[in-house]
Structure formats: C-alpha cells, structure tokens
Design a protein around this ligand. Structure first.
Ligand code: HEM
Ligand code: HEM
Length: 187
C-alpha cells in the first residue's frame, strides 16, 4: 500500500485527508466532552467558569464547522480510496452511509449551535476579536428548542462515531485488513 503522499491515491488516504480526519476527530471528541462538562456547572458563581467555557466551546465549534467545510471540499476534489478487496456490498453501502451521516452531523451540530446563540441573542465568537454574524433574529422559544436540537444531534453524532470507530477497529483487530492503515500515514 505504501506510505502516504500528500493527496489521496486509489489505494490510501493522503496526508491532507489523514491530518484533517484525526485533528477533527480529536477536536470533535473534545467538544462533546467540554459540552457535557460545561452544561452541568452551576449558572451563578463569582468565577465565570461556565461562561468562559461556553465561549471556548463556541469558538472551537466554529473552527470545527470550518474544518468540516475544508474536509468536504477536499473529499469532493480528490480521489476516494477504494475499499479493501472483498468487502461485501452491504458493508460498502453501510460505510458510505455512515460517512454521509458523519458529514451531515459535522455540519448540523455546529450550525444548530450557531442558530441557538443567534436566537438567544448571545454572541458567537470565533476569535476574541471576531464575532460570527447572527443567522436569525432573537426568539426565546426557538432558542429553547434549538438547545434541545443541538444536544440531541450531538448525542446522535457521538453514537454514529462510536459505530464508525468500532467498525474500523473490527477491521484492524479481527479481520486484520488494511482499512485502518489506509487512514494512517505509515506503510
Ligand atoms: C461540532 C461542533 C460541536 C459539538 C460536537 C457540540 C457539542 C455539544 C454538546 C455535547 C453539548 C452539551 C449538551 C448537553 O448535554 O446538554 C453542547 C452544548 C452547547 N453548545 Fe455545542 N457543540 C458544537 C458546536 C457548537 C457551536 C458552534 C456553538 C455556538 C456557536 C455551540 C453552542 C453550545 C451551547 C451554547 C451549549 C450549551 C447549551 C445549554 O445551555 O444547555 N456548540 N454542545
Ligand atoms: C469524530 C470522529 C470521527 C469522524 C467525524 C470521522 C469521519 C470519517 C469520515 C467522514 C470518513 C470518510 C473519509 C473522509 O471523507 O474523510 C472516515 C474514514 C475513516 N475513519 Fe473516521 N471519523 C472519526 C473517528 C474515527 C476513529 C476514532 C477511527 C478509528 C478507530 C476512524 C477510522 C476511520 C477509517 C479507518 C476510515 C477509512 C475508511 C475507508 O475509507 O475504508 N475514524 N472517517
């Protein structure tokens, strides 16, 4: 299969796809952990830990949204490596279906976060000196609904990622094929 080149080849993912895949996996796992941690902190207090963490969560979430865009552009303009030989058709369809859901949720989760902040009348910082524009007007009822939508989409996303990672690990550890190695830089 050989070592990774910059771009994908029909046999394996290249450096750009690999770095995007694993950097995003770490960032998204961190965002889920941070999200769950920060919402259970008390609302009031002399230290503003909760507010600070929510602002960090929003900024990193907006970076994740940009990352999802970069990934999609790269995926659409680059070769898509073949599945390993002999993969049953139903598994090929399932893998593509899961990848499609991962993309949909990589956009839907941060976009609902951004919509939620806009509806709540709260800022969405990207950097300390740059706020994202509001997507919709202030609306208290929609704000409450979007909190739930954002939460449940994030949980669904976590479930799909676990399924995806379990499938990858099964290929590597049980079937001992090249599936996981295609997404790693080594030979
Ligand atoms: C892929 C990116 C993101 C992921 C994976 C993610 C995940 C999560 C999770 C797991 C929670 C905790 C839900 C709960 O247990 O109640 C949460 C809460 C929250 N997220 Fe995100 N989020 C992302 C992006 C964003 C963005 C871009 C924004 C805003 C611009 C945002 C704003 C919020 C806010 C304000 C909360 C707290 C809601 C509350 O008060 O209950 N998130 N997020
Ligand atoms: C937030 C976490 C993750 C997301 C969003 C994600 C998303 C994706 C997506 C969309 C693809 C299709 C290729 C592409 O368009 O880049 C892919 C491929 C792949 N992922 Fe993940 N992934 C995550 C975590 C993981 C983990 C934890 C593992 C391993 C344990 C893993 C292993 C793989 C492998 C082996 C492939 C190549 C599959 C093939 O083309 O045959 N991923 N991933």
């Amino acid at each position: 299969m050989g070592r990774a080149t910059l771009a994908n080849t029909p046999e394996r993912y290249g450096w750009i796809a690999i770095v995007l895949h694993w950097a995003m996996a770490a960032l998204l796992a961190g965002l889920v952990g941070l999200g769950i941690f920060m919402v259970q902190l008390p609302d009031v207090g002399y230290d503003r830990e909760k507010i600070t963490l929510i602002l960090v969560h929003k900024a990193l979430g907006m970076i994740a949204l940009a990352g999802a865009g970069a990934r999609m552009v790269w995926r659409l303009t680059n070769a898509l490596p073949r599945f390993v030989d002999g993969l049953p058709p139903w598994q090929q369809v399932s893998a593509l279906f899961v990848h499609l859901w991962l993309y949909a949720l990589m956009f839907a989760v941060p976009v609902t976060g951004w919509l939620m902040s806009s509806a709540g009348g709260y800022p969405t910082p990207i950097f300390s000196w740059l706020d994202a524009p509001d997507l919709i007007a202030r609306n208290e009822h929609l704000f409450r609904t979007l909190i739930d939508v954002h939460r449940w989409l994030a949980y669904a996303f976590t479930g799909v990622v676990v399924l995806h990672a379990a499938a990858a690990l099964r290929h590597h550890l049980v079937l001992k094929d090249h599936t996981l190695r295609k997404m790693l830089p080594g030979g």
